[in-house]
Design a protein around this ligand. Structure first.
Ligand code: MG
Length: 357
């Protein structure tokens, strides 16, 4: 096998000059020796998918709980789809696929049970509030264990910045994100838009006619027909065609020629055109009105909120042994450990714990 340095050099020569190079530039919080065979971001990917928190995503609902159909997305499958699309976009734009994949695999790792309703409940119950991006960062920097030498899994800094969606320079001044991090944000939105439509149809909560009442829906249906694919393919094709054109135009307009240019840019480059963005917003509003706030979905969401709120109230008064162990191991405040424990639960585990209160 060729040396890691030789392979990394060959791989870097295929990247655009403004991509994050395979070796990364910012290192890790705790310095470590290079792995002899894997590139640093490949190593990060292995660490992310080996966490308990990553595996638990399979037991956390996205919009609908299991039971509506065997094909409904959960947070784990949503994550896989987001990572796939992130890789696809990164490759098309000659950006770093491994880095985009890592950020995507970790982007929802801090999501609590019961989707956004679980997040809302924890945010209301916990004094410091709750936000899943911050929790994702806490998981990979503190809660998960990889080595006796440090807490967390010691990911490359480029991944941490992509997860929290902001970056600062050495003087604490905010800077723009890598194009790889920007990709994941849009891939996430494209993925959930495409699969929520599909899940809504599958659960018979949405109808094709109602989706076609929106400008975006009508165009996506036409595109799917042209390409002889399912509607999801039409949605993604519309979004990606627009994203590639707009992003390449933006890279040229901003005069981006290096990674330093990316970081010092005044605005994000990976984006949809204004026209598509407006029609996507109309579709998102439609999904809120007709899917996320549909009485059947709302009822499940409220049940999830009740469970999370009750668990928090019970555990803050009477913390179970597991919370105490977690608190000691992570040197946290008791209430933070209560929040961490509940946020880590799968839907089923939370419902079961609630039934035992
Ligand atoms: Mg997501």
């Amino acid at each position: 096998m060729e040396s890691l340095a030789a392979r990394m050099k060959a791989a870097n020569s295929l990247l655009a000059p403004y991509a994050v190079p395979h070796g990364g530039e910012l290192g890790r919080r705790h310095s470590e020796e290079e792995d002899p065979t894997r590139f640093p971001f490949q190593r990060d990917r292995d660490r992310i998918v080996s966490t308990d928190a990553f595996r638990r995503l399979a037991g956390k609902m996205q919009v609908l709980p299991p039971g509506f159909s065997d094909h409904i997305r959960n947070r784990g499958t949503h994550t896989i789809e987001t990572a796939n699309l992130s890789r696809t976009i990164a490759r098309a734009l000659r950006l770093n696929e491994d880095l985009a994949e890592c950020i995507a695999l970790a982007h929802d790792i801090g999501h609590p049970p019961f989707g956004h309703s679980g997040e809302e409940a924890l945010n209301e119950s916990h004094e410091g509030g709750f936000e899943h991006n911050a929790q994702s960062l806490r998981i990979v920097t503190l809660l998960e264990q990889h080595s006796d030498a440090y807490t967390g899994i010691n990911l490359s800094i480029e991944i941490l910045e992509g997860m929290v969606k902001h970056r600062k320079n050495e003087h604490g001044i905010p800077r723009s994100l890598s194009l790889e991090a920007q990709i994941v944000d849009l891939a996430d939105a494209a993925t959930y838009t495409a699969h929520d439509i599909e899940d809504g149809l599958d659960a018979k909560i949405l109808s094709l006619e109602s989706i076609r009442s929106t400008d975006f829906g009508e165009r996506a249906v036409a595109r799917a027909k042209e390409r002889s694919t399912r509607l999801r393919g039409g949605v993604l094709d519309l979004l990606m065609t627009d994203l590639y054109t707009k992003t390449e135009r933006c890279i040229r307009a901003f005069g981006i020629q290096s990674l330093a240019d990316v970081y010092s840019a005044n605005d994000l480059c990976v984006s949809f055109s204004d026209g598509l963005d407006a029609s996507l917003r109309e579709l998102r509003q439609f999904l809120w009105d007709h899917f996320y706030l549909h009485p059947t979905v709302r009822e499940k969401a409220q049940e999830g909120m009740r469970i999370v709120t009750k668990l928090y109230e019970a555990y803050r008064k009477n913390p179970p042994e597991k919370v105490i162990v977690l608190q000691r191991r992570t040197d946290s405040d008791l209430l933070d450990a209560v929040k961490d424990y509940i946020a880590g639960m799968t839907d089923e585990f939370a419902a079961e714990a609630h039934s035992r209160l």
